[in-house]
Design a binder for this molecule. Sequence first.
Ligand code: PSU
Ligand code: MN
Length: 348
Amino acid sequence: PWIWNNCSPRLAHRIFFQSSRVQQRQISNNSRIFQISPEVRQALSDNRPVVALETTIYTHGWPYPDNLSLASDLSSLVRKNGGVPATIGILNGVAHVGLGADELDQLVSRAKDPQMMKISRRDFGFALGSRDVNGKAFNGGTTIAGTMVLAHMAGIEVFATGGLGGVHRGAETTMDVSADLTELGRTPVAVISSGCKAFLDIPRTLEYLETQGVAVGTFADGREGGVDFPAFWTRESGVPSPKVIRDEQEAAEIIHAHHLLGLQSGLHFANPIPERHSLSKDVMEAAIYEALDHAKVAGAIGAAATPYILNKIKEVTGDNSVTANRALVEGNVNRGTKVAVALSKLEA
Ligand code: PSU
Ligand code: MN
């Protein structure tokens, strides 16, 4: 601050923007419990576009070996669009940014293991610093929140995935609000997803994101005027998106401006499910009611709630929802990579 008094506005401007840039691009060193793969580290230091991918969808959402084929599929999509994938998760007590094919197999083949952890911010110390009753290190899929934490440590700015956690219905009594939302409030990573599943309370989720200072927009995808914040399976939710984004280039420019100011909060860009894959709202509503009923009876609360409800919905809706789910994640990864490519050009 002392420096502002004695230098021209132009110089002050340069110093301010450069210092926020340095702060934002810091890449952590590898350690006993944190490893960035050589490929991802190299790409980051060359300022090539890197896209983070989470692993809770593989460890808690999809069965083996479908989860493995989805994982390798998503990595290939990132490469096809000119990016470098960084799949993030915890294997044998080490947090990895950039899991290799073998490591991914080791992690996601244990999807049924009851010891498998679902890792948000609160869980890192336990997962990396402690052992199970047999003295073995933990494995875990990182949620959006957990993946954002590690991505940011690695210096990754863009992260593509399926669906965002949110404020649960009835949160006014349970206080069940996903740690994804608070993480978006404190970590400057841009997340591209298809919005929130409609078993969540979408209006309250958007209110909460606003309170947390999270930039929220939805891709127009050819539509004119205002658009809804999407509800994962469906393009419409009945809830207007706070902002509309024209295309990937505009998304990158928004992220770039956000970073130049040195803001420490995150961004969420919703990408609606491709039209031909979207499911009927009525069918989904019915499935959601059934799933929520089951969750209540089973007493699935806390971290167990979301995976339980998602699996129940999958049971009720069957193959349709699985195909749609795959299509939407793929769409988000394509789009996310294009955003990362555009952003790396702006930062060059
Ligand atoms: N919503 C989905 N699919 C998912 C998840 C959410 O449609 O796979 C996963 C993501 O990893 C997300 C996490 O970060 O669930 C949120 O869990 P919770 O609601 O317990 O915070
Ligand atoms: Mn929760």
